[in-house]
Design a protein. Structure first.
Length: 100
């Protein structure tokens, strides 16, 4: 709103100044976020390129294979125990229960 003696275009200029100030703040925020993201990407790339990243991945894959082998062995042992228990249950059901 223009006051007596003020030029009407000054209101528009003030509004434009407010909008530009807000946009400048928004742009600065986006720039900070972009720089932070670029820094994180660069750090991740350096880690992946270094032996530490590739070596750690290989180490985890090797450990996973070892655990899978142990799991297969454990499953086999459990199946053998189950088979023995079934055999013992059959023996007990066939007359082994008279023993004291």
């Amino acid at each position: 709103m223009a006051f007596a003696g003020e030029r009407p275009d000054l209101d528009a200029l003030r509004e434009l100044d407010d909008v530009l100030h807000h946009l400048t703040e928004e742009l600065a925020g986006w720039r900070r976020r972009a720089l932070s993201a670029e820094s994180k990407v660069a750090d991740a790339a350096r880690f992946a390129e270094s032996d530490g990243g590739a070596g750690r991945i290989q180490e985890l894959e090797d450990a996973n294979q070892g655990l899978e082998r142990r799991l297969v062995t454990a499953r086999t042992q459990v199946q053998e125990i189950i088979a023995r228990l079934r055999f013992l249950e059959q023996q007990q059901g066939d007359g082994g229960g008279d023993r004291r």
